[in-house]
Design a protein around this ligand. Structure first.
Ligand SMILES: Cc1ncc(COP(=O)(O)O)c(C=O)c1O
Length: 414
């Protein structure tokens, strides 16, 4: 009989019951959803709160004096308060709701970057960034005559911080780094990198799209200046994400998008901005998605972030062990102690897309491609990889199904 798996003392089978989609079948097989690094599945409480909002509270925020609008406004603000508490920001004023991590980075690049990056400045990135944390900086650097530099990724899939300290010359103005690589799984020492940034008079942006869903992330402990993440990777709906910035930095930034909802006073020829964080949330916001992000946080906190992290570490360690038994597999990135819950790999002689298509027949959903990290794939000397990623609802049995599916794929294509 299979061993019962528990997360914070709760049988994972019971946790899975909270996710209606996990009951569905794909090509006649039970779904094994191994693509949570792309997007997570949603618990019934998150799905229900959207229904509940439209059934009982639907009204726009900030404007109405009538009860429903005030209720919607209070709940929407409360969601900001929850996000602030979740990442230990000092106040909800430091939390701006955006569509996703990508929009948050663009906001920083337009609003802070255009005012603060000058010709000759260095924007320091890493070779493992998602395109979202690369392309906005390419545009900004080109526009301003600034220079992009990159912290190298070594053969173990770790950042070469020694080289960073020794070789970087010029005036670094911003370091923008992923907290966890969405390809290698590497967890980067962002606190150390923050210290280096501040010693050099630079600000730091942490792309926490992969870590906020699975670790207890504390912005005050890291001391980062900006942090970004997406709700859809942490049990919340699409179309909602958050930008954290220290309030003194936000106070100095000009709004990125302007119009209604973000102003204090408008005259025909000039306007005064409203308070934080609403100043950066022009237009009617994604109200129910924001509220549902708060519900997703309730769910995560109910399980406990440390328990989620521990559970995922066990699953990824098991996956690494089982996958490395397969002949001809190449696994990218560091050992399981230094990685979050995902494994990217290639099988000799089989295209990653063929692997994903073969697994799909067995109901196993993994991702194939460059995972929006083409420069990293180029560095690894490959065009694409297959990626299995895990979250709080995955089980060892699903890892076993993945391994069996890969053996089958080898027979078919090998
Ligand atoms: C590390 C990292 N950064 C940024 C993003 C972009 O997230 P979104 O598409 O939700 O904006 C992703 C998505 O995969 C990611 O993994």
């Amino acid at each position: 009989m299979a061993k019962i798996e528990t997360l914070n003392g709760i049988n994972v089978e019971l946790i899975r019951e909270d996710f209606p989609i996990l009951k569905r079948k794909v090509h006649g097989n039970h779904l094994a959803y191994l693509d949570s690094a792309a997007t997570s599945q949603k618990p019934a409480s998150v799905i229900a709160v959207i229904n509940e909002f439209y059934s009982t509270h639907n009204a726009t925020v900030h404007r109405g004096v009538y009860q429903m609008s005030q209720e919607a406004t209070a709940r929407y603000k409360d969601a900001h308060v929850k996000v602030a508490r979740f990442i230990n920001a000092r106040s909800y004023e430091e939390i701006v709701f955006v569509r996703n991590a990508t929009e948050a980075i663009n906001l920083i690049a337009y609003s802070w970057g255009r005012a603060n990056i000058k010709a000759g400045d260095v924007i320091l990135l890493t070779e493992m960034e998602h395109h979202s944390n690369l392309v906005p900086w390419q545009l900004l650097a080109r526009e301003k005559g600034a220079r992009l530099e990159f912290i190298s990724v070594d053969k173990d899939g770790l950042l070469d911080l020694q080289e960073m300290k020794e070789n970087i010359d010029g005036r670094i103005r911003l370091i923008a780094v992923t907290h966890m690589s969405n390809v290698l799984g590497t967890i980067n020492p962002v606190k150390l990198i923050t210290e280096f940034a501040h010693e050099n008079g630079a600000l730091i942006l942490v792309d926490a799209a992969q870590t906020v869903p699975r670790y207890a992330v504390d912005v005050q402990e890291i001391d980062c200046d900006f942090m970004v993440f997406s709700g859809h990777k942490m049990l919340a709906p699409n179309g909602i994400g958050a930008l954290y910035a220290k309030s003194e930095i936000l106070e100095d930034m000009k709004p990125f998008i302007t119009g209604g909802n973000m102003i204090q006073e408008v005259k025909l020829r000039e306007s005064k901005w409203g308070e934080l964080p609403w100043r950066f949330e022009a237009g009617t916001p994604a109200i129910e998605e924001g509220i549902a992000l708060g519900t997703a946080i309730d769910y995560l906190e109910g399980l406990g972030m440390e328990s989620i992290e521990n559970y995922e570490r066990q699953i990824v360690a098991y996956a690494m062990e089982r996958l490395s038994e397969i002949d001809g597999i190449e696994i990218y990135g560091p050992s399981s102690e230094q990685r979050g819950g995902l494994v990217s790999f290639n099988l000799a002689g089989i295209q990653p897309h063929d692997i994903a298509a073969a697994l799909d027949y067995d109901g196993i959903a993994i991702r194939a491609g460059h995972h929006c990290a083409q420069p990293l794939h180029e560095k690894l000397g490959i065009k694409a990889s297959a990626r299995a990623s895990f979250y709080l609802y995955n089980t060892r049995e699903e890892v076993d199904r993945l391994v069996n599916g890969l053996h089958k794929a080898k027979k078919v294509f090998g």
